[in-house]
Design a protein around this ligand. Structure first.
Ligand code: HEC
Length: 174
């Protein structure tokens, strides 16, 4: 029989004791009759297209591509991953962004808990007080506050990365 169907996420759902020789099976919850769609392979940026091109929509394929692509700006230069780490894109810690540095004669917000970035596309406006209306605004905000000096391409990539944190289709792992 097919296993219990749940959402599959490459970061999140691979078991801790993952053994490369025995990659977990992947079942699509909307097409369980296909069986293990990974066909026994470890899904990676190199084989995802061949494995999934006939069973996922172009949008889903693109979401999967982004999910499998290491994102150097999010986890590197942008430092986003240090407070919003995978798989929840959340560290459950308080952070003081010290906004008073950038404001004249106004107090900062003090320590605030970071929010998860999963499904972030669906929940504008952003930040505890809704000061950012779009994801582009949040990237500008952190660019300023963290003094990242991101260029336009890097900003666009960060927004694209955050938008796909929902896009992977519902599938199951065995
Ligand atoms: C020093 C820790 C830290 C870093 C680094 C950081 N964030 Fe955040 N992030 C936070 C905190 C704290 C909040 C909540 C702030 C608030 O509500 O005022 C937040 C909120 C957000 C939100 C709004 C979430 C929501 O639900 O409203 C987005 C989007 C976001 N961060 C994206 C990013 C991106 C993109 C980067 C990298 C460029 C980044 N963050 C780097 C701590 C951090």
């Amino acid at each position: 029989m097919f296993p219990r169907l749940e959402r599959f996420d490459v970061d999140f759902d691979l078991p801790d004791a993952f053994i490369p020789e025995f990659p977990p099976a992947i079942f699509l919850s909307n097409r369980p009759e296909l069986g293990d769609v990974s066909r026994g392979e470890v899904v990676s940026i190199n084989n995802y297209y061949r494995l999934f091109k006939d069973i996922l929509t172009p949008v889903q394929l693109d979401g999967l591509r982004l999910l499998l692509t290491p994102f150097p700006i999010f986890f590197g230069k942008g430092q986003c991953g240090s407070c919003h780490p995978a798989p929840f894109y959340l560290d459950n810690q308080m952070h003081d962004l010290h906004l008073e540095r950038l404001l004249k004669n106004e107090p900062g917000d003090g320590p605030i808990k970071a929010f998860t970035l999963r499904g972030i596309k669906e929940s504008p406006p952003y930040m505890h007080d809704g000061r950012c209306f779009t994801l582009e605004d949040t990237v500008e905000f952190f660019n300023l506050v963290l003094e990242l000096k991101l260029n336009d391409q890097e900003k666009q990539d960060l927004v694209a990365f955050m938008k796909q944190l929902w896009a992977f289709p519902a599938v199951a792992t065995a």
